[in-house]
Design a protein around this ligand. Structure first.
Ligand code: NAI
Ligand code: UGA
Length: 439
């Protein structure tokens, strides 16, 4: 099949590459000339594990191409995916200007029957808005609009896309359903389902899934905070709860709050949709409030440990990305934590395996960046672990103690064992477990 993907960010580039991998011819369109130049030269502008192999193969074999020209990009395309940004607008609702802008442009250049697919996360009713815009200039027989939300996670995006738990396709057109079914058939060979539904239900499914996952995280963060107060260990509680199959083991890890480009904006957007429809979605308001506070927990612990001020103190930071295996720092808890530590007077020495360039663009020379994780520790008064990159999981405790000026660790992701840390001589504080001191 011939496919066009409009927007080559985390979702568009993965979508385009994975559809090319199953034998389709894909043209990716982006307005960012610099990005398109890099892609045309074989350079992937984001860090996403496993994407490079598929990208190289499919560009080399001519199934994956890039352009800034929309009309050229959609020529001959049977399906056009919109993988455009839907950032929060000023009032918290999703900003649809990118999606609707491109829909308007498409209405003037489509000449043959095409399925237009909303891949972006968009509020209920958007497929109808896109349809109405297209219908301003196109006969109804020339297009269908489908809602096909994406559930991939950054860091494991290729795997998630190639083997989705499910595919959701929102359309009431039999013709579009057949086209979409044919496209996704190679991705559901292991029996994972395609759920066909109406457009509104598909749009709602995406927000419901993200908001539920965010709710689990905020719930566990509150359980963790209570565990600290009552002297329980949240890791044990998590295991005890999660092995109940009705609850499930995944997505119960407490930490420094959820970040990323999606949970924060999507929870906010769903709450906003509820308000627009006269419904007060109480749980979502609590989920957001808990998350805002949780992002401050680690910095508060650090500031309190040093008596309320960090003047003259240096804090080493391991991990800046909003989660491991990505360079994405959108809404990353590290940004909030660093800002608060700076405000309390600290000097910061930071290391992240992939996200440092993005963070440099935010903080510039206000913090120091180092090229190697142990370098951050030299002369630092404490280490704060903010992102659980695998490379931080088994450090040399001996080297840690040699380099830190005080053996103090704040672990925002519970990646070390408190008993080991006490035995190794550290002051060690984490999330939802008792603080330990050297034995
Ligand atoms: N990042 C993620 O893990 C996931 C994101 N989503 C949703 O997918 C959508 C896209 O997200 P990301 O890929 O993260 O965004 P992104 O910001 O990484 O990429 C968007 C791309 O669209 C391009 N663009 C903007 N206006 C354009 C136009 N008029 N024509 C062509 N290209 C244009 C931008 O230059 C950029 O390259 C959002 O609605 C998001 O909520 C859904 C699932 C996962
Ligand atoms: O709509 C989206 O964009 C995507 O949002 C999330 O994916 P992503 O943001 O890439 O990352 P997650 O792995 O979900 O993590 C989100 C945040 O929650 C935090 N988290 C996650 C899991 C957990 O147990 N605890 C926890 O604090 C992570 O550290 C991270 O800050 C969803 O998991 C995807 O299904 C969805 O497609």
């Amino acid at each position: 099949m011939n496919i066009a993907v409009i927007g080559t960010g985390y979702v568009g580039l993965v979508t385009g590459t994975c559809f090319a991998e199953t034998g389709n011819h894909v043209t990716c369109v982006d307005i960012d000339e610099n990005k398109v130049n890099r892609l045309q030269n074989g350079e992937i502008p984001i860090y996403e594990p496993g994407l490079d192999t598929l990208f190289d193969r499919n560009t080399r074999q001519g199934r994956l191409t890039f352009t800034t020209n929309l009309a050229e990009g959609i020529k001959g395309a049977e399906i056009i995916f919109l993988a455009l940004p839907t950032p929060p607008g000023e009032d918290g609702s999703a900003d649809l200007s990118y999606v609707l802008g491109v829909a308007g442009d498409l209405s003037k250049i489509i000449t043959e029957y095409t399925v237009i697919v909303d891949k972006s996360t968009v509020p209920v009713g958007t497929a109808e808005k896109v349809h109405a815009l297209l219908a301003e200039n196109l006969s109804e027989s020339l297009f269908d609009v489908v809602s096909n939300p994406e559930f991939l996670r950054e860091g494991v995006a290729v795997e998630d896309f190639m083997k989705p738990d499910r595919v959701v396709i929102g359309t009431e057109s039999a013709r579009a359903r057949e086209v979409m079914g044919r496209l996704y058939e190679p991705f559901v060979r292991q029996g994972n389902p395609i759920y066909y539904m109406d457009e509104r239900s598909a749009e709602m499914t995406k927000y419901a899934a993200n908001s539920y996952l965010a709710t689990r995280i905020s719930f566990m963060n509150e359980i963790a905070n209570l565990c600290e107060r009552v002297g329980a260990n949240v890791d044990m509680v998590r295991l005890g709860m999660g092995s109940d199959t009705r609850i499930g083991k995944r997505f119960l890890f407490p930490g420094v709050g959820y970040g990323g480009s999606c949970f924060p904006k999507d929870v906010q957007a769903l709450a906003k949709t509820a308000t627009e429809y006269g419904y007060d979605f109480n749980i979502l308001n609590a989920v957001m409030g808990v998350n805002t506070k949780q992002k401050q927990i680690l910095s508060q612990k650090i500031i309190a440990h040093f008596g309320g001020s960090l003047n003259g103190k240096t804090i080493a930071i391991w991990g800046l990305a909003f989660k491991p295996n990505t360079d994405d720092i959108r809404e990353a808890p590290a940004l909030t934590i660093i800002e608060e530590l700076l405000e309390a007077g600290a000097d910061i020495k930071a290391f992240d395996p992939e996200a440092m360039d993005n963070v440099k663009a935010v903080f510039g020379s206000r913090i120091q960046f180092v090229e190697e994780q142990y370098e951050a520790l030299i002369g630092a008064d404490a280490l704060a672990v903010i992102t659980e990159w695998p490379v931080f999981r088994s450090p040399s405790y001996k080297v840690l103690k040699e380099l830190l000026s005080q053996p103090v660790i704040f672990d925002g992701r519970n990646i070390y064992d408190p008993k080991t840390m006490a035995a190794e001589g550290f002051y060690y504080d984490s999330i939802g477990r008792n603080t330990v001191q050297a034995n």
